[in-house]
Ligand binder design. Sequence first.
Ligand code: CO
Length: 301
Amino acid sequence: MSIRPVEAARLAQPTMEGAGVKLHRAFGFGDPGEFDPFLLFDDFRNERPADYLRGFPWHPHRGIETITYVLAGTVAHGDSLGNTGMLGAGDVQWMTAGSGILHQEMPQGDAEGRMHGFQLWANLPSSLKMTAPRYQDVQGGDIPVTVEDDGTAVRVITGSFRGRRGPVDGIAADPLYLDVSVPPGVSHALPVDTYRRAFAYVFEGSGRFADASAPVGVLLEKEVAGREMHLRDPSGNRTLVRFGTGEEVRVTAGPEGVRFLLVAGAPIAEPVAWHGPIVMNTREELMQAMRDLQEGTFIRG
Ligand code: CO
């Protein structure tokens, strides 16, 4: 099995979104080809209600899918299709905006004030940008967990891992989305189809990715490329790792173990015209979306 090399690693950067929510962005609004089919990854883990309670009031999406994974606290959700609900710890919402939705996402935190979770944006191919909107709300208890012989635990949110399929289905990018916990000192290999673009987001502990026979890597402060990298993020576990091609991702956990998301998808390789929460192929399609918003025709059927 060929091991995927580490192409680049970097820390998520603080930014502000919605009505004034402080979060960390691992990627997004940069080169849309870098993580194709994925457009954006936000880490909204936060300990201070004042930094997130203003939330993400009503806003539109078209042409993409947004995937929200909550680790602690709750997010109250409502949308133009009439859906309302609460996403709690361990829950996942996979929202296919398609031709258009208006929704709001309001983080509420838990009793200790924690609001922890992630949001990923996946692009839709031109053939599906105007597809009917769809929500998949998944309870944490319905997400299969595989525990390997070495103690590595893998929650399968979507895609397949060791024959177990995640509960989210029918997603254009045919993605793999795993939440992986590797015990201290354990080395583990995770198969990822070679045609998929892959990244990891390390959010607890530390670890070393790629070929253990290569020279020991670099302390992570800025973007660096190399075959192997030791990840110990002094700012508190917000490290994005982009992999090159290969058949598997290999990780060796540090002394406190490591937990990370492993996300992979087939590149779409189409032109991207992007304005905020609307991502189309051409500027004309973006202008049409703006006209639709102004004229009240954004929501179809
Ligand atoms: Co949104």
